[in-house]
Write a protein that binds this ligand. Structure first.
Ligand code: OSB
Ligand code: MG
Length: 370
């Protein structure tokens, strides 16, 4: 199929509530919606990096720059029959790093290919689940009371596990209070690289709280110190920021840097690489789960498709649309029932963006044609 058009839109949508991590407080989310066209069909993807460079180095602005200056003008007009045709295109494969930027386009092309074959993206990838288990990620809260109220509300909605963001000064005491109040809760913590090996004494105390895992405690590029830390802890370490490829995952597993992997399709450059990381983890009995980046409905649909693969045995950070948005850009929105989300069976990702809503939230657009 001829890739006739690539359309980029920089959107900005307010979050229902601010979200605080160890690195910032976010009030709105700016992602790039990517639409590709060929044979009269459209495919949709989302660049899900943050607008700030505090999670990893990419931002919405760098994704826009890389796609519009270095990729889209050269890739438009290519013949694409499979994902490999995009991934191996010289002006795509030669771009180093910039995983979230490349993923935005890769997702749109994968959706287009699945729609052209009239199959769901989930089944094209080898997905086996009809519903996926849903967890929530809760930002750092001002008080224990506010945190307990949030946990109560999410458990009331059926969510299967709770992840708490932690940072120095808001870590052991907060988690211990939650564990005391919710003794059986499937609970984990995400540090977003806020600690170093000097924090081993505090991190060892977490072993007493039977957490499912601790996510990315150390530096955002590290796999060596994480291996040292994992030897000191009973709690499994899960890597997020440090893993961008199958090779990164292999090296981390060889070193013993983690016992669980968070797979984010944006952070690894798309669903093709995400599936390969899933496969290597399955071959080594390492559980994986799907991470989130406060996706709009398009990115969320892609997350649900990848999370339908058999190795995604732990609930992911894939909550319902109503956790994030007053109005999602897809209709109907994603709704959690009994702590699970349905894997759409329609062609591709199974949802399309609502044009008027996309228009309303657009702050910039660029179109590339043959
Ligand atoms: O570290 O997992 C993270 C959001 C933005 C950037 C990084 C992370 C997160 C989340 C939110 O934890 C997950 C979600 O609900 O989308
Ligand atoms: Mg994380």
């Amino acid at each position: 199929m001829l890739l006739e058009k690539i359309d980029l839109r920089h959107l900005s949508i307010p979050l229902k509530e601010p979200f605080t991590t160890s690195f910032e407080t976010k009030r709105h989310i700016e992602h790039v919606l990517v639409t590709v066209s060929g044979d009269g069909i459209e495919g949709y993807g989302e660049c899900t990096c943050n607008q700030t460079p505090y999670y990893i180095n990419e931002t919405t602005g760098t994704a826009w720059h890389i796609l519009s200056e270095f990729i889209a003008p050269y890739v438009v007009g290519s013949r694409i029959e499979s994902a490999a045709d995009l991934l191996n295109a010289p002006r795509f494969s030669s771009v180093r790093g910039n995983y979230f930027a490349k993923a935005g386009l890769e997702l749109a092309v994968q959706d287009l290919l699945a729609r052209a074959k009239s199959v769901s993206l989930a089944s094209m990838l080898g997905g086996t689940r009809r519903r996926i288990e849903s967890g929530v990620s809760i930002g750092v809260q001002e008080s224990a009371g506010a945190l307990f109220a949030k946990i109560d509300a999410f458990l009331g909605q059926g969510y299967k596990r709770i992840k708490l963001k932690i940072k120095p000064g808001k870590d052991y005491d907060v988690l211990a209070a939650v564990r005391e109040r919710f003794p059986e809760l499937p609970l984990m913590a995400d540090a977003n690289s806020a600690y170093t090996l000097a924090d081993i004494p505090m991190l060892r105390k977490l072993d007493g709280l039977h957490l499912m895992m601790i996510e990315q405690p150390l530096h955002f590029t590290d796999i060596v110190d994480h291996a040292t830390l994992q030897k000191e802890l009973r709690t499994p370490i899960c890597l997020d920021e440090s893993i961008h490829s199958t090779e990164d995952a292999r090296k981390a597993l060889d070193l013993g840097s983690c016992r669980i992997v968070n797979i984010k399709i944006g952070r690894v450059g798309g669903v093709n690489e995400a599936k390969k990381i899933h496969d290597i983890c399955v071959s080594r009995d390492i559980p994986v789960w799907c991470g989130g980046m406060h996706e709009y409905g398009i990115g969320r649909a892609h997350n649900i498709a990848i999370a339908s693969l058999p190795g995604f045995t732990l609930p992911g950070d894939i909550a319902g649309s109503d956790k994030y948005w007053r109005e999602d850009i897809v209709d109907p929105p994603f709704i959690v029932k009994d702590g699970t989300l349905e894997v759409p069976e329609g062609p591709g990702i199974g949802v399309i963006p609502v044009k008027e809503r996309v228009e309303k939230y657009t702050v910039a657009k660029r179109t590339f044609t043959i």
